[in-house]
Every structure is written in structure tokens, then in C-alpha cells.
Design a protein. Structure first.
Length: 173
């Protein structure tokens, strides 16, 4: 049994939802799991494994993700650790792996931390759940990328079997 910390950066809640799912999967494997926001993480020294998950907003990970990594690089490098990214672009089969996802590649180019276990998951598209600015920006991006643009669109692109498999990979770290 390991003590696992899952830290998340989530804007509209889908990344948090993935973390909660992973927590249940890992607890079923008899691990002790703590989920925490990147804005209020616990001390990481008492954990065996650390998972960091972050969503994409307007084409970027939250700058706080990179601050967190810089502040905690030593611990992240010493412990079994992993990173996953959640985005709408990952809905596309050609962009849903760490090797093919442009946001994951940008993360790896910018981050001093290079975790061995990486994952990319499709996010949730819910135009009615966004404020007017986000709704219009996301609709424009979806129009460019040939995604759904109807204002009443609500689609979850997360492949939960893939998330379950990732949790099993975290278990094996």
C-alpha cells in the first residue's frame, strides 16, 4: 500500500472529476489517496507517489502549474511521480497521446520536471457552463478545429477506461 497525492489544476471541474475517479480506483487497490488543489497542496514529503493533473484553458496550462513544479522540483524528481493533461483537443484520436498532443509537448518543453509516466485525456465541453467570454472563445476554437459549436452542446470526451488504465499505471509506479 502506498500513500498517493493527486494534485490538480482545474478550471471547470473536469480535471477534478478525473482525480476523484482515480482516487476511487487507487483506493480500491488499497492505497491511501489524497486529492488536493494546486492552490492548497499539503506537504509532499509524507507521500510515496505524486500525480499532477492540469487542464488546458485558452491553449495553455495554468501558470501556477509551472510555479508549483519549480517550487517542488526536488520532491517531484525524488518520488515516483506522473503528470496528466486534460484538453478538448485530446478528443481527436491523432492528438490523444502524450507523443501527439501539442499541449503535452509544450509542457515537456517548458517544464524542468520530466516525469516518466504521462497521460492525456479528453475534457468536457459544456457551453452553458462557461461565462460569455469563455463560451465565445471556445466556440471559435471549436469552429477552427471542426468541433461542435451549437450553444447548447454538452459533450464529455473523457475516456474513462483510459483513466482507469492510467490509475493502474500509477499503481505500478
Amino acid at each position: 500500500m502506498s500513500k498517493i497525492l493527486i494534485i490538480y489544476s482545474s478550471v471547470h471541474g473536469q480535471t477534478r472529476k478525473l482525480c476523484d475517479f482515480m482516487q476511487r480506483e487507487l483506493e480500491a487497490l488499497e492505497h491511501s489517496v489524497t486529492c488536493a488543489s494546486i492552490d492548497n497542496p499539503p506537504a509532499m514529503e509524507g507521500f510515496d507517489k505524486i500525480v499532477l493533473g492540469a487542464s488546458i484553458r485558452h491553449g495553455k496550462h495554468n501558470p501556477r502549474v509551472y510555479d508549483f513544479i519549480r517550487e517542488n522540483i526536488k520532491v517531484l524528481q525524488e518520488k515516483a511521480s506522473s503528470f496528466f493533461s486534460v484538453s478538448l483537443v485530446a478528443r481527436k484520436p491523432a492528438k490523444n497521446t502524450p507523443e501527439t498532443n501539442p499541449y503535452m509537448q509544450a509542457f515537456l518543453a517548458k517544464s524542468p520536471w520530466q516525469p516518466k509516466l504521462l497521460a492525456v485525456f479528453g475534457g468536457n465541453l459544456d457551453y452553458q457552463g462557461y461565462n460569455a467570454l469563455d463560451r465565445n472563445i471556445i466556440r471559435f476554437i471549436m469552429w477552427i478545429t471542426k468541433g461542435p459549436t451549437a450553444p447548447d452542446t454538452k459533450v464529455e470526451y473523457t475516456d474513462w477506461d483510459k483513466v482507469k488504465h492510467y490509475a493502474q499505471q500509477v499503481d505500478a509506479l
